[in-house]
Design a protein around this ligand. Structure first.
Ligand SMILES: [Zn+2]
Ligand SMILES: [Zn+2]
Ligand SMILES: [Zn+2]
Length: 230
């Protein structure tokens, strides 16, 4: 893969989606004179501009949202758009960091996802050096959306594992690895339970998307994961 680490952080700005929940990336080198949303007379430094992000979503751009980096606090509290994120990583040469972002914990099923990423990177055609979505970046984003996420019991969620299950316990004994993308996640209607997985549809990881990708690339599944595809 080509590494273009000389491209600075500042090349890609952070755009917050109109719903406020998602963070996207904007190629500032290709975005000329974003259309301002501000009223006449408003301070240009605090006024948002309407832009299209790398994945084609509309968002608002403000100078204080900063660059689309891994430690940007504006992104941390939101859903980081996987499609935008992979384009930035491939363009800037931060592929290893990007893989760690989604497949960081090998113990929790990240190992399979890591192998899938590596296989896609070795197989799918590069985007030709341009900072735009393509076959490769979108396939990587597709796999990333189906990453394993660890769930813990309600008490652990509120108090931590050791206070709940006894000293020395680092991981909740009731934890499981699920696919959030495939599972049914409660919306704002659920009040304090918003964002939790509803009992009707909790899909274990690896889900059939990851299993299908693994089969395509000839990656063998860990024995406990090969029984079904979720
Ligand atoms: Zn996006
Ligand atoms: Zn899934
Ligand atoms: Zn627990």
């Amino acid at each position: 893969m080509t590494v273009e680490a000389h491209i600075p952080d500042s090349r890609f700005g952070t755009a917050i989606a109109m719903n406020g929940l998602h963070a996207h990336a904007v190629d500032l080198a290709a975005t000329r004179a974003p259309r301002p949303l501000r009223m006449a007379g408003e301070d240009p430094d605090t006024a948002a501009a309407a832009v299209f992000s790398l994945c084609g979503s509309r968002g608002q751009l403000l100078p204080r949202f900063g660059a689309f980096t891994y430690d940007n606090p504006w992104i941390a509290g939101r859903t980081r758009c996987e499609r935008c994120s992979w384009v930035v990583a491939l363009t800037r040469g931060t592929v290893e960091q990007e893989i760690d972002l989604y497949a960081g914990d090998d113990e929790c099923g990240g190992g399979l996802l890591r192998q899938i990423f590596t296989s896609i990177l070795a197989d799918a055609p590069p985007e030709g050096g341009q900072a735009q979505v393509g076959h490769r970046s979108d396939l990587l984003a597709h796999a990333a959306r189906h990453r394993p996420v660890i769930t813990v019991c309600e008490e652990c969620c509120e108090a931590g594992s050791a206070p709940t299950h006894g000293p020395g316990v680092k991981r909740c004994p009731h934890s499981s690895s699920v696919c959030i993308e495939c599972s049914f996640v409660a919306g704002a209607w659920a009040g304090e339970w918003e964002g939790t997985i509803a009992a009707e549809c909790e899909v274990q990881s690896p889900c059939s998307t990851l299993v299908t990708l693994a089969h395509h690339y000839g990656i063998s599944l860990p024995s406990s994961e090969s029984r079904d595809g979720g």
